[in-house]
Design a protein around this ligand. Sequence first.
Ligand SMILES: *[C@@H]1O[C@H](CO)[C@@H](O)[C@H](O)[C@H]1NC(C)=O
Length: 94
Amino acid sequence: MEWYPLTDSWCIAKYTTNDTQLMNNILYACDVLDNCKMIQQGGSCFIPDILLNHASVVMNEYYAKKGRNPWNCYFSDSGLISNTEPSYGSCKYA
Ligand SMILES: *[C@@H]1O[C@H](CO)[C@@H](O)[C@H](O)[C@H]1NC(C)=O
């Protein structure tokens, strides 16, 4: 069976994910991404300054960069594919 990437889909962190896992996801995604300035102080997605938000933003950046395949939003079963765009205010999800 052939897989077609899910257009109009976004990757977010499951809200039940603990902080250790969220931090691991951030470190992992930001290592692959060119930069994670959007979740740093002064960045477009810094606020709300909570790990769940920061992790979701960079997990989605990773997901988008890798081709929006389900396995790009796995993150040890802490990722969730959403069909609703999570963008808010200045924070634009890719
Ligand atoms: C956090 O979640 C991960 C993955 O489910 C688990 O392996 C780990 O033990 C948890 N850590 C804490 C501190 O609860």
